[in-house]
Ligand binder design. Structure first.
Ligand code: NCD
Length: 281
């Protein structure tokens, strides 16, 4: 946790700078860790935490809201339930824009902290064998992570999901184009002996059009201590967890998900420093 301790040291890096947090969709870790990162760098934050608490609820367009924030902030962090909204905003404002999750699309800063955690815990990302488990269709963290893993050497991805929640074709297409080896299965037991990392995800209830479809697959995968015993594996999760990792894993050496969440602060400090300090505005 040396990096986290370092991140606690007060720094004057972004003194006087303001980060605009535009969270149209709920968030705990991402929003709070961006806020913590900005404050650790001596900067400040403004923003809203739901559409209901912004003028979007009065009918203001996202474009107008973003234009207001551009005038108030040195960078924007956007979370929205629709894919492509961060990209849209980045096209119409001149300050740096960070995608903090766009619907079932992407979540790139989560990926940076995931890679940082893997590197710290395993030593290398090259030659990694990783199982992505759960909702690979709607889970944006696994989309960004798969894309990023293709930048490393000799990575093998095991995609474990119910047939209804398989990895989208466009992500598989990207992996094919970059020659990343992957296999798809619906059974954790098929892969657990082969992998270095179990990256578990929540079934994204809020993205189902019919709640009955969610209820049919809810609880499809539960990782517990007994399954892990004797295995050389770590367990990660972007959180929040519902029931997909049993509480009995929390006090074991396999649990890296809380450390992963804490790693968000130094990683997001680095992102903010890079984008704001180096931006001439
Ligand atoms: C994830 C997200 O919002 O995509 N959480 C996070 O940012 N740490 C995962 C999720 O909501 O399941």
């Amino acid at each position: 946790m040396e990096d986290i301790a370092q991140s606690r040291e007060i720094s004057v890096e972004l003194k006087g700078k303001i980060l605009g947090l535009m969270f149209f969709e709920p968030s705990t870790r991402t929003r709070i860790s961006f806020e913590t990162a900005m404050k650790r760098l001596n900067g400040r934050c403004i923003g809203f935490t739901s559409s209901g608490s912004s003028s979007v609820s009065k009918g203001e367009s996202i474009a107008d809201t973003a234009k207001m924030f551009e005038g108030y902030s040195d960078a924007l962090v956007i979370r929205h339930e629709l894919e492509g909204v961060s990209k849209f905003i980045s096209d119409i404002v001149d300050v740096p824009v960070i995608n903090a999750g766009d619907g079932a699309g992407q979540h790139p800063t989560q990926t940076l902290l995931d890679l940082y955690t893997i590197k710290n815990e395993i030593g290398s990302i090259d030659n990694l064998k990783i199982a992505l488990i759960g909702d690979l269709k709607f889970g944006r963290t696994v989309h960004s992570l798969s894309n990023a893993l293709s930048l490393f050497n000799n990575v093998k991805i095991y995609m474990v999901s119910p047939p209804e929640l398989k990895m989208p074709q466009e992500i598989l297409h990207d992996l094919n184009m970059t020659n990343v080896e992957y296999v798809e299965t619906d059974n954790i037991e098929d892969v657990i002996d082969d992998v270095d990392v179990l990256y578990v995800t929540r079934i994204q209830k809020e993205r189902f059009l019919d709640i009955n479809d969610y209820l049919k697959i809810k609880g499809a995968y539960i990782v517990n201590k007994k399954m892990l015993e004797g295995k050389d594996v770590i367990v990660m999760h972007p959180l929040p967890r519902i029931d997909e990792i049993d509480g009995d894993v929390d006090d074991t050496k396999y649990n890296k998900y809380f450390k992963q969440a804490a790693n968000a602060v130094p990683v997001r400090m680095a992102i903010l420093k890079t984008l704001i300090k180096n931006n001439p505005k």
